[in-house]
Write a protein that binds this ligand. Structure first.
Ligand code: DON
Length: 577
């Protein structure tokens, strides 16, 4: 099913545009400007993508809320002040550890009932340019309105109204536009001006709002007020759902009011594994993140990664060889209902031992050799936001939420004031072709009605006695590798929290067969040594931004925002305690 409207509208905006617009801010955050130490103190900690959102979470903690209350308040504040990624029109995952018990909530978007396997292909089977990325055909059924409410109603402590209040205030009274937001809107201008409904909100006077000015969002404030009073039905039923259907129809989308009414968030069992003396809980399918994280941690211990010198080629080589295999497995994955491979089989000891035996320290495996789980290669031809919260009792929430590309599909729902996602691009929208993040994906992740598209989001909680770590990141396919490297730095290298977050990172995702490395990650000699082993190395590019908090074993709270992104970290009571 192809929408002629989308085809007509699909002007020359490359996939790269999305990647860049979604992540352009990374380059603005120079590593040399990184904070040297985490913020620390007592009472609880929050790290998120915006100062006002972190403050909203901290205020809820000070008012007696628990980690869930604070996480939901922070997420809703991000839906106002961080429109690139914060949302009501997208979805996400939460890993919660409350009184020692782990729960994970999947509020990932789903394919609308009218979604079809080949909806993004033309008659000849070729992808219709940008159809899975721009406009409402690209939108999955939003999971956030019911998801955030479900999270709070199951595990929150304060009233729903108290938790939504900071977001209402920000939207109603206004918030100061940051330089990052101004730049982000500027770099997505072409997308935002396609839809007058969006331009009216985010390009007032036909221009990006200027840094320092106050932005008020009355339509979003009214939506949040209704959400606060009536819960998710204020968005997923009645006139609001009909407004979503109407704008979807106007621009050739298949999202319908009935899809919103039918959507359900799902509580799932975490992917949980031992990592030396730490216990780690992360997100199961439909995220690939937990499995990839588990595979990386397991292999790094087996390969004694921490015994290799920090500089030099060995560490990068071993990590890249592991990532190549982990991302080849990712090809098998999708919604749990459509995935034949079992996650536990992908993490089983015998399989990890086999990988260990296969990995040579002196030679890179070609990705074409790592195809047992994937397709024959011959047949094959970024905006999200993560927040981490700890409350005074050590309860933890890792919450990653996304509308996929920066500003999602680019369309604001008139009257409701929020952007719709473009998560349909996370499906294998065009089989054998790379998606926005260069990922090539399999049949388990084909487009289907009601199906959840495979994700890379990796919200994670780890603990050792009373010591607790909460982390995760945006960054598309680089989320699991960014999250994993921070965890490796903390657990295997005993880095301080901020140092672990700041350290340069590398990435490999099976296809394309190359190591991606941050500018400061590898010396020229190391690059040379890796190339001699058979690796292709690409320096530069954009990586995940990890926001992390920690409760130390002596009861101190620490919070670290990633200098690569717009993050902001805070503790309830700053100080030496
Ligand atoms: O669920 C996923 O894996 C993607 N939609 C995440 C997108 C993302 O992180 C973009 N941000 N930088």
């Amino acid at each position: 099913m192809n929408s002629p409207l989308v085809m007509r509208r699909a002007r020359a905006i490359s996939g790269l545009f999305f990647l860049i617009s979604g992540m352009v801010l990374l380059s603005a955050g120079s590593l040399s400007a990184a904070s040297p130490t985490a913020v620390s103190g007592s009472g609880g900690a929050v790290a998120s993508a915006a100062p006002t959102a972190t403050e909203a979470g901290l205020k809820i903690l000070r008012d007696g809320g628990n980690a869930v209350d604070a996480a939901v308040a922070t997420a809703l504040a991000l839906a106002v002040v961080h429109p690139q990624a914060g949302n009501l029109g997208g979805g996400g995952f939460a890993v919660v550890r409350l009184d020692g018990v782990v729960h994970t909530l999947d509020f990932r978007e789903t394919g609308p009932a009218e979604a079809r396997h080949d909806m993004f292909l033309d008659r000849n089977g070729n992808p219709v340019r940008n159809a899975s990325r721009i406009g409402p055909l690209a939108a999955g059924v939003p999971g956030s309105p019911k998801g955030l409410h479900e999270l709070h109603s199951r595990h929150g402590k304060l009233s729903w109204q108290k938790v939504v209040a900071p977001a209402i205030r920000l939207a109603e009274d206004g918030f100061r536009v940051t330089r990052r937001l101004e730049r982000s809107i500027s770099s997505s201008r072409e997308l935002l001006e396609r839809f007058p409904e969006t331009a009216e909100v985010w390009l007032p006077d036909s221009k990006p709002p200027v840094a320092g000015s106050i932005m008020r969002l009355p339509a979003l404030a009214a939506t949040l007020r209704a959400y606060s009073e009536r819960g998710p039905s204020a968005i997923t039923e009645g006139p609001a759902a009909h407004a979503i259907e109407a704008i979807s129809r106007k621009y050739g989308g298949v999202l319908r009011a009935a899809d919103l009414a039918a959507y359900r968030p799902v509580w799932r069992d975490p992917i949980q594994f031992r990592f030396l003396e730490w216990e780690v809980a992360s997100m199961p399918l439909p995220s690939s993140g937990g499995v990839i994280l588990g595979q990386i941690c397991d292999l790094m211990v087996r390969l004694k990664w921490e015994e290799k010198p920090r500089s030099g080629a060995d560490r990068t080589h071993l990590l890249a060889e592991t990532l190549r295999r982990a991302y080849a497995d990712r090809y098998l994955l999708g919604d749990p209902a459509s995935t034949r491979a079992k996650e536990k089989d992908l993490l089983v000891k015998t399989r990890m031992e086999k990988w260990k035996r296969e990995i040579s320290l002196t030679r890179a495996t070609s990705s074409s050799e790592v195809r047992s789980s994937g397709p024959a290669l011959a047949h094959e031809s970024t905006e999200t936001t993560h927040l981490s919260v700890l409350d005074g009792n050590g309860n933890a929430v890792a919450l990653t939420t996304t509308i996929n590309g920066s500003f999602g599909c680019g369309l604001v729902v008139p009257g409701l004031g929020f952007l719709l996602n473009n998560e349909m691009d996370d499906f294998a929208a065009a089989p054998g072709k790379p998606n926005m993040f260069g990922l090539i994906q399999g049949e388990a992740n084909a487009v289907a009605p009601g199906r959840r598209m495979l994700s890379s989001m990796t919200p994670t909680v780890a603990w050792r006695g009373s010591e607790t770590l909460v982390l995760g990141a945006p960054g598309g396919s680089r989320i699991p590798t960014s999250t994993a490297q921070v965890l490796l730095n903390l657990v295997l290298d005993s880095d301080e929290l901020q140092a672990a977050v700041n350290r340069p990172r590398i990435h490999h995702q099976w296809l394309p067969d190359q190591i991606f490395a941050e500018v400061d990650a590898l010396s020229p000699e190391t690059v040379d040594a890796l190339q001699k082993r058979g690796h292709r190395v690409k320096i530069g590019g954009l990586f995940g931004r990890v926001n992390a908090v920690r409760l130390t074993d002596d009861g101190r709270f620490e919070a670290a925002a990633d200098p690569r992104g717009p993050g902001h970290a805070g503790v309830t009571n700053p100080g030496p305690e």
